[in-house]
Ligand binder design. Structure first.
Ligand code: PSU
Ligand code: MN
Length: 337
């Protein structure tokens, strides 16, 4: 009786397999629990370029509606928006589905949250969750996707050596082989400590130089420079693809970070950002926005404190990263063929 009650509340796709549920928990299998959309699955199986995209930037982001999928397609790759839709981890969400998540409300899912949201879905409480960079990396890896384009990586928060608020994005890069293309990490973080932590985690942190010689800074999201030198430098998408290919062939199971500085014409100077960041970080502290609520709160406050100037910069940098990710995926697919 219990089995029947539950089966009715499961998504149709899972219901099909539900009769097997009570003969052994593992029998549902990955294919029964992870929904990889056919276009994505086919592209992965035939080594065509695919770019994973996160859903937290939509559900908890300062971005508003923005079709990153179009940007990926324009550059010759298949987009795969990752997230948890009504309890089902999905790779290749449609814009309408993302819209639904935004309007019906969604949690923010990093590594720790995934089993909870999916498990509760199996138990009948089907909620949505936008996946963070960490969460998206896990779904992308399970689906066989190598490249992921996004905005800014999480990191060691200011004072994080005391509070231990260190984004799970960093440990995920340490353990999950997906290449992340971002504008470095968000400028309100402690960038030197973030780079130290990535080194400890065994993560290659490199920055696209695009012909620049000499010292290249690791970028700070809205600003091209952070005052901290990038540990590694790559010139272009072909370099990045070769490194990803090497990591695959070696079978080393850590992620790779390729930082793409915000396009010059959209960059905000470090001096201008510093004041807004200082205020936003202090307020988050005073008002108790800690843990997972910290990053969304700070991003929202910075947008307000810069009179909205940070928002178009944010859009420009994400679009540039996603275009770059598509080009990397195209180069990688030539090597994989
Ligand atoms: N962009 C936004 N809002 C966010 C994030 C990005 O506009 O919340 C997310 C990213 O998904 C990133 C996450 O992975 O913030 C890091 O959050 P935390 O510091 O809690 O790990
Ligand atoms: Mn955190």
């Amino acid at each position: 009786r219990c089995a029947r009650t539950r089966a009715r509340t499961w998504p149709a796709r899972l219901r099909r397999d539900s009769h097997r549920q009570y003969s052994g928990a593992s029998q549902l299998g990955l294919a029964g629990i992870l929904n990889v959309r056919p276009e994505v699955a086919h592209a992965v199986a035939t080594n065509q370029p695919v770019v994973a995209l996160e859903s937290t930037i939509y559900t908890h982001g300062a971005l508003g509606p923005l079709l990153l999928e179009d940007t990926v397609r324009q550059h010759g790759a298949v987009p795969a928006v990752c997230g948890i839709l009504a309890g089902v981890p999905t790779v290749g969400l449609t814009p309408a589905e993302v819209d639904r998540m935004v309007h019906e409300g969604a949690r923010k899912a990093s590594r720790r949250d995934i089993a909870y949201v999916v498990g509760m879905g199996l138990a009948g409480q089907r909620i949505h969750a936008g996946t963070t960079i960490a969460g998206t990396m896990i779904l992308a890896r399970l689906a066989g996707i190598h490249v992921f384009g996004t905005g800014g990586l999480g990191g060691v928060h200011r004072g994080g050596h005391d509070s231990l608020d260190i984004s799970a994005d960093l440990t995920e890069l340490g353990r999950t082989r997906v290449a992340v293309i971002s504008s470095g990490c968000k400028g309100f973080l402690d960038i030197p400590r973030t780079l130290e932590f990535l080194e400890t985690q065994g993560v290659l942190a490199s920055t696209f130089a695009d012909g620049r010689q000499g010292n290249v800074d690791f970028p700070a999201f809205w600003a091209r420079d952070s005052g901290t030198k990038s540990p590694f430098v790559v010139q272009d998408e072909r370099d990045a693809a070769a490194i990803i290919f090497a990591q695959e062939q070696l079978g080393v199971e850590s992620g790779l970070l390729f930082a793409n500085p915000i396009p010059q014409e959209h960059a905000i100077s470090r001096e201008d950002m510093d004041a807004a960041i200082g205020t936003a970080v202090r307020e988050a502290d005073e008002k108790g926005f800690s843990g997972a609520a910290n990053t969304p709160y700070i991003l929202k406050r910075i947008r307000e404190l810069t009179d909205g100037r940070s928002a178009p910069a944010n859009v420009a940098l994400v679009q540039s990263n996603v275009a770059r990710a598509a080009k990397v995926a195209v180069e990688l697919s030539k090597l994989l063929d």
